[in-house]
Write a protein that binds this ligand. Structure first.
Ligand code: FE2
Length: 248
């Protein structure tokens, strides 16, 4: 069995004491990682976007925290990231941006769903093509596809307006490849868990602060920072759990 740790929406600031919506985001990230690691080991870490709150200098903090990692760390851009700066900061092992990671007989594919200057997401034709080609290249591998923006409606009007636009193009590719077992995303700062046919669709909480599920307008949730663990069985089945930071 392979184990994937998903952290999301770190919203790190360049200032180590910098905060966002009440959270000192570097401290909450540190606490999440430390607690998550006690339940390790993992075979890969997925960082599903918004590593920073618009301050690429903050990438240095994550480099420092995970740079000595012996497992791959797949970093995806979110709407608050600078994809070019992300690529330069996390282009070398153990980090990688986009591309794919082999995990036993499983495959993890990371996509760039960002659109310059917008908080909503969209997959470019080249990203859709790369997804289609990668899935076709590994037809026998059960696969997790990861992107920042939710490709489904969450039932929260303000978040749904900022999700993945033209998601039907994404699902058209997914539907062509029965090896896809799971689609995971961030951006929504809340958990999500549903299925579409044989595909499990999972959203992760933020390591920073959470948004209130089901709210029509912007609202914060009292839940603590959190992360998701996905256990990938060689049979192609998966088991997953969300963990919340136990605050003192
Ligand atoms: Fe986001």
């Amino acid at each position: 069995m392979k184990r994937l740790l998903q952290i999301s929406d770190l919203h790190l600031r360049a200032d180590p004491q910098g905060f966002l919506r009440g959270a000192i985001t570097l401290e909450t990230l540190r606490a999440c990682l430390s607690e998550a690691m006690t339940a390790g080991p993992y075979d890969a870490i997925l960082v599903s976007g918004d590593l920073t709150q618009d301050e690429p200098a903050a990438y240095a903090h994550l480099q420092q925290l995970l740079g000595a990692s012996v497992i791959p760390v797949l970093c995806l851009p979110g709407n608050h990231d600078d994809p070019g700066a992300l690529q330069s900061a996390f282009g070398n092992s153990p980090f990688q941006t986009l591309g794919h990671v082999v995990l036993g007989n499983w495959l993890l594919i990371g996509l760039d769903s960002t659109e310059p200057g917008r908080d909503s997401g969209r997959l470019s034709s080249s990203e859709l093509r790369r997804l289609d080609e990668t899935l076709a290249r590994f037809p026998d591998r059960p696969t997790v596809v990861a992107l920042h923006h939710p490709p489904v409606m969450l039932g929260s009007r303000w978040i749904d307006a900022l999700g993945l636009l033209e998601a039907e193009q994404f699902w058209a590719v997914i539907d062509r490849h029965p090896n896809v077992r799971c689609v995971v995303f961030g951006h929504a700062h809340q958990t999500y868990d549903s299925t579409r046919g044989h595909v499990r669709i999972l959203g992760a909480p933020a390591t920073s602060a959470q948004f209130l599920p089901g709210s029509d307008d912007f609202a914060m949730d009292e839940r603590p920072p959190g992360w998701r663990v996905i256990n990938l069985d060689p049979s192609g089945q998966l088991r997953t759990a969300v963990n919340w930071l136990s605050l003192p």
